[in-house]
Write a protein that binds this ligand. Structure first.
Ligand code: XLS
Ligand code: NI
Ligand code: NI
Length: 434
C-alpha cells in the first residue's frame, strides 16, 4: 500500500539519450568510473527538511505547498510524512538521506515528550530501512528554529540553553548511531551574534569549543564510528556566524584541539555567501586535511541570499568534483541535496524532477572531472609550474636561513625570470571537458 502521493510514477532509471523528465540521462549508478561504481563516488543524499518538511514560505509569504502532512504537529502526520519520504527515496534510488530531529517529529510540550516522539519516528525509520538499500548519511539537531535558540545554542548566554543543547545533541547522536549513520553534522545557524554590544565573543567561543569536545567525547563513549562534521556558513540567520568558512573553522578546531577529530561539511551556497567559490572551500579543506562531506545546493548569484537551489551548472559542479577526486574522494561523506524547490513548484512531480535533474548534473560533473584527470593536462601544467621546487638546491633552501639565501641571491644577481601562469590555456583545457 502506498500513500498515492506520487500517483503512478515509477522509479527513475538510467535511460541515457532516451531519458524523459523523470529518468536519468547521465546518472548510471553502477557505471564503473576510476575503479568504482559512479554511485560510490557521488553518495547522494536527500535532505528531509527541504523536501518533506518545508512548506514553501518566504520572508514575504506563507506556505504555498499543499501537502497532506501539513500543518506539522501530530504523530499521525509525521508518520504520513515518513511514508511519503520513503516513497520518494524509492523513486529516486539514492543511497542516503539526512534529517534534523525537528524535521521528522512533532515538538512536544516538554523535552521528554519531544524525545518520545523522536524515538517513535526513529523506530519507524528503522523498520523501513530494514528491507531497503538505503542508509543515513548524517543526522543533526535543529538548534536554530525554536525561539529557545534565538541567542544561540552552545554559545547562549544562558547556561540552561547550553544544557538543553547538550541533551538534544546527545539524543540526535544516539539516534544517528542506532541507524548506522555515517556522519554527524553540527551547523550553528545561531552560533554567532547580532550585535557585539551584547556579546562576549571570547566566552562564547570557549563554550562552543567545549561543547564540540563533548560531542567528540560522547562519540567515543558510545562507540560511534562515523565522522563528526561542522558545516561552515558566514551569516544568515545570524548576522555573523563563528563557523564563517573552511579556514575559520580550521583555526577554531585547532585552538580547541579538535583538528584530528572533526571534519567539514561544505555547502556550495555557503561558500558563495562567504565570498569564495565552492572549489576554494573544497581545496582549502583538502589542504588542511578536513574535507568531510558536501551540501550540493547553489545560491542565486543576484539575490545574495541562501536560496538553496538544486545544482544545475555542470561546469561549477565539475570543478567541485575535480578537487574532491584530487583529494581522494568523499570518504564517509556524500553529496547531500540541501536544496528546496522554488515555492511555485507545487506538484509532487516537481520534487522528483528536481532531484533527478540534480543527480544528473552531478553525474555529468563527475564524468567531466574524471575526463580532466584522465587527460592529465592540468596535472602536467601544475608539475611544470612547480618544477623548480623539485631541484636539490630549492629543497636545501627550505632548510637553510635568511643569511644563506641572501648570500646566494647577491652572488647570482640576475634575479628571477617571470613565467606565464597560462590561465587562459588552462581554462580552455577545462572547457574541452565540461
Ligand atoms: C543551513 C544549513 C543547514 C545544515 C543542516 O543553511 O545548510 O541546512 O545543512 O543544519
Ligand atoms: Ni545552507
Ligand atoms: Ni547545509
Amino acid at each position: 500500500m502506498t500513500t498515492g502521493f506520487f500517483g503512478d510514477m515509477s522509479p527513475a532509471t538510467f535511460k541515457g539519450a532516451e531519458a524523459g523528465p523523470f529518468d536519468f540521462a547521465h546518472y548510471n549508478p553502477d557505471e564503473q568510473i576510476m575503479g568504482k561504481p559512479m554511485k560510490d563516488h557521488l553518495r547522494f543524499a536527500l535532505a528531509y527538511w527541504h523536501s518533506l518538511a518545508w512548506e514553501g514560505g518566504d520572508p514575504f509569504g506563507g506556505p504555498t505547498f499543499d501537502r497532506p502532512w501539513f500543518p506539522h504537529g501530530t504523530m499521525e502526520r509525521a508518520k504520513l510524512k515518513a511514508d511519503v519520504a520513503f516513497e520518494l527515496f524509492d523513486l529516486l534510488g539514492q543511497p542516503y538521506f539526512c534529517w534534523h530531529d525537528a524535521d521528522i517529529r512533532p515538538e512536544g510540550d516538554s523535552f521528554a515528550q519531544s524525545l518520545r516522539n523522536f524515538e517513535e519516528i526513529i523506530d519507524y525509520f528503522e523498520e523501513k530501512l530494514e528491507h531497503r538499500n538505503l542508509g543515513l548519511l548524517w543526522g543533526t539537531a535543529n538548534m536554530f528554529s525554536h525561539r529557545r535558540w534565538m541567542s544561540g545554542a552552545s554559545t547562549n548566554p544562558d547556561p540552561d540553553v547550553f544544557a538543553y543543547s547538550a541533551a538534544t545533541v546527545k539524543t540526535c547522536m544516539d539516534a544517528t548511531h542506532r541507524l548506522n549513520g555515517e556522519n554527524y553534522v553540527l551547523w550553528g545557524g545561531r552560533e554567532g551574534y547580532e550585535t557585539l554590544l551584547n556579546t562576549d565573543m571570547s566566552r562564547e567561543l570557549d563554550h562552543m569549543g567545549r561543547f564540540l569536545n563533548m560531542v567528540v567525547e560522547y562519540k567515543h563513549k558510545i562507540g560511534f564510528k562515523g565522522t563528526i562534521l561542522v558545516e561552515p556558513k558566514p551569516q544568515e540567520p545570524s548576522k555573523h556566524q563563528y563557523d564563517y568558512d573552511a579556514a575559520t573553522c580550521y583555526g577554531f578546531l585547532q585552538k580547541y584541539g579538535l583538528e584530528k577529530e572533526v571534519k567539514l561539511n561544505l555547502e556550495q551556497g555557503h561558500a558563495i555567501l562567504a565570498g569564495h567559490s565552492f572549489e576554494h572551500e573544497i581545496a582549502t579543506a583538502a589542504a588542511l586535511g578536513v574535507l568531510g562531506s558536501i551540501d550540493m545546493n547553489r545560491n542565486d548569484y543576484q539575490s545574495g541570499w541562501d536560496t538553496d537551489q538544486f545544482p544545475n551548472s555542470v561546469p561549477e559542479v565539475a570543478l567541485a568534483y575535480y578537487h574532491i577526486l584530487k583529494a581522494g574522494g568523499l570518504g564517509t561523506g556524500g553529496t547531500n541535496f540541501d536544496a528546496k524547490l522554488r515555492r511555485q513548484s507545487l506538484d509532487p512531480q516537481d520534487l522528483v524532477a528536481a532531484h533527478v535533474g540534480a543527480m544528473d548534473v552531478c553525474a555529468r560533473g563527475l564524468k567531466a572531472a574524471v575526463a580532466l584527470i584522465e587527460d592529465g593536462g592540468l596535472d602536467d601544467a601544475l608539475t611544470a609550474r612547480y618544477a623548480g621546487w623539485d631541484t636539490p638546491a630549492a629543497q636545501a633552501m627550505l632548510n637553510s636561513d635568511f643569511d644563506a639565501i641572501f648570500a646566494d641571491v647577491v652572488a647570482q644577481d640576475a634575479g628571477p625570470k617571470p613565467k606565464s601562469g597560462r590561465q587562459e590555456i588552462l581554462e580552455n583545457l577545462v572547457n574541452k571537458f565540461v
